[in-house]
Design a protein around this ligand. Structure first.
Ligand SMILES: NC(=O)c1ccc[n+]([C@@H]2O[C@H](COP(=O)([O-])OP(=O)(O)OC[C@H]3O[C@@H](n4cnc5c(N)ncnc54)[C@H](OP(=O)(O)O)[C@@H]3O)[C@@H](O)[C@H]2O)c1
Length: 250
């Protein structure tokens, strides 16, 4: 084990799958205690199967239910007595033409991808000792740049997430909180390859189109960036966006 993050306690949302799963495992590998948050308990158990048992606390929570978050965070904080970082990987999305983008889908994307992030950080900061640092990293997406068709709901929610994170980076600097963004192009996770895409096999199309000349990104690469942002090398970074672009034009 690499002991870079020993003594650190990091909350990871989206811990049951894809990028969040890889982040949990990488943080644990670097010595952190990890609080896993997601709805799917079986998915979290699978994530933990590759982590030391005493370094994991799984918490089932639905980010739709903002009112439930104070109690969830209370339990999270009681585990080790403090929380040093949060990697916000939870997300919903998918491609849809404008005609199929109804208000419910827009609301779902905004709620999970942006509003719940702001609420979680609000609660973490509210209960934090002033002198104790808090590191926040949020996973955005290339879609936030608004260049890809059929992503209107997802893109808008990720652009909102980016604006919120940058604003919080400025506002929370005096509170000893850093906030940064990771903005990956397409990553090899169930979000891309698992669900049936009504507009065709997206992963195959991506390969053919040469959109990402270096191919799909593996979730473990995003996890290394997240772990870096939780670690000693990133103590003086806040309000930054780290693109993992696989050669796609930024
Ligand atoms: N894959 C890509 O190409 C790509 C590219 C750029 C950015 N991203 C972003 O990376 C992040 C992770 O995506 P992924 O590719 O790893 O997708 P994924 O495998 O589908 O994972 C999504 C995660 O979000 C959680 N989640 C969704 N709705 C939730 C809710 N209401 N409450 C709690 N948790 C919820 C899911 O957990 P439960 O279902 O268990 O609740 C799951 O753990 C997302 O923010 C995504 O937008 C992905």
């Amino acid at each position: 084990m690499d002991a870079t993050l020993t003594q650190k306690v990091v909350l990871v949302t989206g811990a049951s799958s894809g990028i969040g799963r890889a982040v949990c495992r990488e943080l644990a590998h670097q010595g952190a205690s990890v609080i896993l948050l997601a709805r799917n308990e079986q998915g979290m158990r699978e994530t933990m199967s590759a982590m030391p048992e005493d370094q994991c606390l799984p918490l089932a929570a639905d980010l739709h239910d903002l009112a439930s978050l104070p109690a969830v965070l209370e339990e999270a904080r009681n585990w080790r007595g403090h929380i040093d970082g949060c990697v916000y990987c939870a997300g919903v999305g998918g491609r849809a033409r404008l005609r199929d983008t109804d208000p419910a889908f827009m609301a779902e994307c905004m709620l999970v991808n942006c509003f719940a992030f702001v609420e979680l950080i609000r609660l973490l900061v509210k209960r934090k000792e002033r002198a104790r640092p808090l590191r926040v990293a949020a996973v955005s997406s290339f879609a936030a740049l608004g260049r890809d068709k059929y992503f209107v709901a997802y893109a808008a929610s990720k652009a909102a997430l980016e604006a919120a994170a940058k604003t919080l980076a400025v506002e929370l600097l005096p509170r000893n909180v850093t906030v940064n963004l990771i903005r990956p192009a397409f990553v090899n996770t169930p979000m891309i390859s698992g669900a049936a895409d009504p507009l065709g096999d997206f992963a195959a199309r991506l390969e053919e189109s040469g959109y990402q000349p270096m191919g799909l990104i593996e979730p473990e690469e995003v996890a290394c960036m997240a772990a870096y942002l939780m670690g000693p090398g990133a103590a003086h970074i806040s309000g930054s966006t780290f693109s993992i672009n696989a050669g796609a034009a930024c």
